[in-house]
Design a protein around this ligand. Structure first.
Ligand SMILES: [Zn+2]
Ligand SMILES: [Zn+2]
Length: 290
């Protein structure tokens, strides 16, 4: 197993994400303690739930807390900015300021505004829900037919491809996110080989535009028991000429910062990558894993 020392965790959430906790400085100290070279904080900027629930005609006093938790990302982002502007970073770690840009094409004006923010080092492009559908987290897959699940996944990969063609991000985050619930939580088998061609299209789009993909290691610690994307797709990305790969724990608290990062690096190495990347001002820097 590769040592975590000297690696970079490019995907974490702190208290400035509606579903996460802990002060950003606590994340940084955890990363420093682990010996990481660099740590990114990439709080949720979900474009389709940017404003408070009422803005979308939802009565938040009547809704379940879980159903409205991701609304009002704007407020969290603004609060985060005012704290992160003043953050004092220890000398021996690089702090990467980022955002996880969710569903940019579902509120493109907001996305365009966010990606022009000058303080950002890294933008992760994510799709947590298909257009006009709830987050994959909320869907009841045991009440769906296999044709319905297939349609969901067809739409998911199509919409990820569309997002990559738009390209307003640095790194495509956690490709295969719905599998975390479909395969992980609900134990429903999905034949990913059906999506190999569209994933190839996604990767080619990412590669031509000089972007990269993430190996998200959070799934190693829940029911999915795998990375997102899994090894087969990371290999496909490599075979198509992909060179830029980041690692992300997707930690939602300080205790989880760096979780799975050395296993992610090991996987990248097994797929033929000699380097992993981290970002400063939207430009990749590389760390050898040879
Ligand atoms: Zn995400
Ligand atoms: Zn995340």
């Amino acid at each position: 197993m590769l040592d975590i020392k000297g690696l970079a965790d490019c995907h974490t959430h702190c208290m400035f994400s509606p579903d996460a906790q802990d002060e950003p400085i606590k994340h940084i100290f955890k990363a420093k303690e682990l010996g990481l070279k660099a740590l990114a904080i990439t709080d949720h900027c979900e474009c389709n739930t940017w404003f408070e629930a009422e803005y979308y005609g939802i009565d938040s006093s009547a809704a379940e807390k879980d159903d409205i938790i991701m609304y009002n990302c704007k407020k969290f982002h603004e609060n985060g900015n005012s704290v992160l502007d003043k953050l004092e970073i220890p000398d021996d770690i690089e702090f990467i300021r980022g955002i996880e840009l969710g569903q940019p094409l579902q509120a493109q004006d907001i996305a365009e505004q966010l990606i022009s923010e000058p303080q950002l080092d890294i933008i992760l492009g994510s799709l947590h829900n298909n257009k006009d559908m709830p987050d994959f987290y909320y869907l009841k897959y045991d009440e769906m037919s296999s044709a319905q699940i297939k349609k969901l996944l067809d739409d998911y990969f199509e919409q990820v491809l569309e997002m990559c063609r738009w390209g307003g991000f640095d790194i495509l985050s956690h490709l295969t996110y719905p599998l975390r619930y479909i395969c992980g939580k609900y134990k429903i088998r999905v034949d990913l080989s059906v999506y190999r061609d569209i994933c190839a299209e996604i990767f080619k789009t990412v590669i031509v535009s000089g972007k990269g993909i993430e190996i998200n290691t959070s799934g190693l610690f829940n029911d999915l028991n795998d990375t997102m994307p899994p090894k087969g797709l990371v290999m496909l990305y490599k075979d198509l000429g992909g060179e830029i790969i980041t690692l992300g724990s997707d930690a939602h608290c300080s205790a989880d910062v760096g979780q799975g990062i050395s296993r992610g690096a090991e996987l990248a190495k097994e797929c033929g990558f000699g380097y992993i990347a981290y970002y400063r001002r939207h430009k990749p820097d590389f760390i050898s894993i040879k």
